[in-house]
Design a protein around this ligand. Structure first.
Ligand SMILES: [Zn+2]
Length: 113
């Protein structure tokens, strides 16, 4: 599972963020994860509890917002949700292609105390 190394990285970032800001511990890490990012948020939550042991993230929770992938129409430029087996634009009937929306993968906020 490739979520393990990235979760270790996130724990390290949150731990350092907490120290740099004079916090005692991390309460929560909020992430944004696109469905096409290649990472599974649920898997990261499982690893987070294990990896966080012995760090300032111990006892903290990992929360994430999922982003649904969207296609961008080649003809009219509008963004729309991909339908099963279809790349057709619902506005003009043009062809859509994968946009950057859905590939998000970043830490939004880190709550400390
Ligand atoms: Zn269109």
């Amino acid at each position: 599972m490739h979520e393990l190394p990235v979760t270790q990285k996130i724990v390290k970032i949150a731990d350092e963020h907490c120290r740099e800001n004079g916090g005692n511990r991390v309460l929560k890490v909020n992430m944004v994860i696109g469905d096409y990012s290649g990472y599974v948020g649920e898997a990261m939550q499982t690893y987070f509890g294990i990896v966080a042991e012995g760090t300032l993230c111990e006892g903290a929770s990992l929360d994430f917002v999922k982003v649904e992938p969207k296609l961008r129409c080649d003809s009219c430029g509008k963004l729309f949700k991909k339908q099963l087996l279809s790349f057709e634009c619902p506005y003009c009937g043009g062809q859509g292609r994968q946009s950057e929306i859905g590939k998000e993968f970043y830490i939004d906020t880190i709550e400390i105390e």
